[in-house]
Design a protein around this ligand. Structure first.
Ligand SMILES: Nc1ncnc2c1ncn2[C@@H]1O[C@H](COP(=O)(O)OP(=O)(O)O)[C@@H](O)[C@H]1O
Ligand SMILES: [Mg+2]
Length: 500
C-alpha cells in the first residue's frame, strides 16, 4: 500500500523541529541507531554538524574523536556552550542526569541561547522522564516504528551485505524485497534486520520462500511481547456455514483495500462489529476475513492491556494500534471487545476510569487512523458496550449473528462431518437439521464430537441415528437461556444488520 500522500515522513518531521529552533527535543526510543542515522542525514541536508554524547564515550563530532574529559555530563554541557555556530547535539540517556539541579539548570540556560541559532539538543532514552522545569522547554518527537520505505532500504542493504560477507546467494527481485520488508513491518528496524539475517543465514539463501520464514519469525517476536499476536491464517469463508450477507458484504469490500481499488476511488472499509448469539460463528467469521482477503491476522489481546501503572495501559494500547498500522494491510481482530472496553458508566471504581481511558484511545484511533487496517470486533454482550462505540461511523456495519436456520444447520453438519473425515452424503442432513432447531453451530459441532464417542463405544460407524440420539439428549442454550437469546434478538432488531 502506498504511503498516504502529503504526509510528512519522520525525517521531514524531525528536520522541521530542528529548523524551527526547538532547543531541546526528546525522543523516547530504544532505537538509538535509527535516531543517529536520521540526525546525521538531517545534519548533512542542513549542513549542520552533528555531535553525539554518551556517558561512556563523551562528546564527539559524529564519526569523530571524543573531546577530552567530556564523559562527565556537566563537562559535556560546558563544552557544548563553547562550541559555536549551528549544531545538533545528540545526548544519549541524558534524562537521568537532568535530575541533578545544576545540570538541569545548565541545560535550560543553554537552551535559552540556542533559540538564536540553529542549535538543538536531542535527548534519547528508553524511558523519558524529565524534571518538570525542563519539561516545558522540551518538545517530544515520536520516532515510531520504521516506515516500509526505511525497512525496504534496510532489507536491500542487509541482503547486499550478506551476499558480500557470507556469499549467500540472493534471488529476490525488488518486488519480493518489498514483500520481505512488508513481512517485517511492525518490528523495530534492528529487530527486523536481525530477523532477516537470521532467516537468510539459516536457509543458506535468500529466495522468495524466505518471506514465509520472516512472517513466522515476526509472529514469534510479537507473541513474546504479548500484546498483538499475529495468528496464522488458517480459515476462510469456506469454513463458515451461513452468514451469507456478512460474507457478501466482505467479499465486495476486499478490493477496496488494494492499490487498484483505492485508485478506482473505493473508500477503504474500516471495520465491522459482529454480535449475536453465543457459539454461532462470530469469532470464526472475524478470523476468516484475513484468510479470505489474504491479509495478515493480528489479534489484540484485550486482557494483556491492563497494567497496574497509571498510563501504561493506554500506552500499551497505542503501541498495539501503531503496530497494527505498520503491518497494514492487516485484519485487526479484537475478540469479545466488551471485556476491555466495557461501559465505563457501570461502576465508579478505578477500573471504570481505566476502561474509559482505553476506550477513548481506541475511539480516537478509529477516528483518525490511516487506511489499511480492517478491524473485526466481536461481542457477546453488546449491551455492555458504551454507546460511543456504536455510534454511526465508528464501524462500517454492525452485524447480528442469529441461531442458524435449517439450511445452514445442514451446512454445519456437512462441514463438521467432513472436518472429521466423514462423508456427509452418508447422512440424512435434512433430518438432522430438522431435529436441531435452536442449536448453535458450536452445539452442532459438539453433537458430532459426542456422537463419535458413542459410535466408538458401540463399535459402530457414526450414523444419522447416533447423531439424532445426541441431539435429543441435548438441551441447547436457546432453550436453557431463552430469555437471554430473546433479549439479544430484540436489541439487534433495530440496531444491527442480520448476518445471514
Ligand atoms: N457458522 C458456523 N460455521 C462453522 N462452524 C461454526 C459456525 N458457528 C459455530 N461454529 C463452530 O463452533 C465453534 C465456536 O464458534 P465461535 O465462532 O467461537 O462462536 P462465537 O464467537 O459466536 O461464540 C467454531 O469454532 C466452529 O467450530
Ligand atoms: Mg467468540
Amino acid at each position: 500500500m502506498s504511503p498516504v500522500q502529503g504526509k510528512l515522513n519522520k525525517r521531514d518531521e524531525l528536520r522541521l523541529l530542528v529548523n524551527s529552533r526547538h532547543p531541546v527535543i526528546t525522543i523516547e526510543t530504544t532505537e538509538e541507531e535509527r535516531v543517529e542515522q536520521l540526525l546525521f542525514q538531517i545534519g548533512t541536508e542542513l549542513d549542520v554538524p552533528v555531535y553525539t554524547w554518551s556517558v561512556t564515550k563523551g562528546l564527539a563530532r559524529f564519526h569523530g574523536e571524543p573531546l577530552y574529559h567530556t564523559d562527565d555530563p556537566s563537562q559535556a554541557l560546558a563544552n557544548i556552550s563553547i562550541i559555536n555556530g549551528d549544531a545538533i547535539f545528540l545526548l544519549k540517556d541524558f534524562a537521568r542526569y537532568c535530575e541533578n539541579d545544576k545540570i538541569c539548570r545548565r541545560l535550560r540556560e543553554l537552551g535559552e541561547n540556542f533559540r538564536t541559532a540553529r542549535r538543538s539538543i536531542v535527548i534519547t532514552g528508553a524511558n523519558m522522564v524529565l524534571p518538570p522545569d525542563l519539561e516545558g522547554d522540551a518538545v517530544p518527537f515520536v520516532l515510531g516504528l520504521p516506515e516500509l520505505e526505511e525497512l525496504f532500504s534496510g532489507v536491500r542493504q542487509t541482503l547486499a551485505d550478506l551476499n558480500r560477507d557470507n556469499h549467500v546467494p540472493i534471488s529476490l527481485d525488488p518486488m519480493s524485497m518489498q514483500q520481505a520488508a512488508q513481512a517485517l513491518a511492525g518490528l523495530t528496524k534492528e529487530e527486523a534486520l536481525r530477523t532477516l539475517r537470521l532467516c537468510v543465514l539459516s536457509r543458506g539463501k535468500a529466495d522468495p520462500a524466505v518471506i514465509e520464514d520472516l512472517l513466522e519469525a515476526k509472529r514469534n517476536i510479537l507473541r513474546g511481547e504479548g500484546l498483538l499476536e499475529t495468528v496464522r491464517r488458517d480459515s476462510s469463508f469456506s469454513d463458515v456455514a451461513g452468514l451469507a450477507r456478512l460474507k457478501d458484504w466482505l467479499g465486495k469490500r476486499k478490493s477496496a483495500l488494494t492499490a487498484e481499488g483505492i485508485k478506482f476511488g473505493l473508500v477503504p472499509p474500516k471495520g465491522i462489529l459482529i454480535t449475536g448469539v453465543q457459539g454461532c460463528g462470530k469469532s470464526l467469521a472475524a478470523k476468516a476475513v484475513a484468510g479470505e482477503w489474504g491479509f495478515e491476522l493480528a489479534r489484540l489481546d484485550a486482557g494483556a492491556l491492563y497494567d497496574k501503572y497509571v498510563g501504561e495501559s493506554e500506552k500499551k494500547l497505542r503501541k498495539g494500534l501503531e503496530l497494527a498500522q505498520k503491518m497494514a494491510p492487516v485484519v485487526l481482530w479484537i475478540d469479545e471487545i466488551e471485556k476491555a472496553f466495557a461501559s465505563a458508566s457501570s461502576g465508579g471504581d478505578a477500573d471504570a476510569g481505566l476502561s474509559q481511558r482505553l476506550l477513548a484511545t481506541l475511539l480516537t484511533w478509529m477516528q483518525d487512523r490511516e487506511s489499511g487496517v480492517f478491524l473485526t470486533a466481536t461481542s457477546n454482550n453488546i449491551s455492555a458496550l458504551p454507546p460511543e462505540m456504536l455510534r454511526k461511523g465508528r464501524f462500517d456495519e454492525i452485524f447480528f449473528v442469529d441461531l442458524p436456520k435449517a439450511k445452514v444447520r445442514e451446512a454445519l453438519f456437512a462441514l463438521h462431518l467432513k472436518k472429521r473425515g466423514r462423508d456427509s452424503v452418508e447422512f440424512d442432513l435434512v433430518k438432522l437439521a430438522a431435529s436441531s432447531e435452536g442449536f448453535s453451530g458450536a452445539e452442532i459441532e459438539q453433537s458430532i464430537i459426542s456422537g463419535l464417542y458413542s459410535a466408538f463405544a458401540l463399535k459402530k460407524p457414526l450414523s444419522t441415528e447416533i447423531l439424532l440420539a445426541e441431539l435429543l439428549a441435548t438441551q441447547p442454550l436457546s432453550v436453557t437461556r431463552a430469555e437471554d437469546v430473546a433479549a439479544i434478538r430484540e436489541w439487534a432488531r433495530t440496531r444491527a444488520v442480520p448476518a445471514d
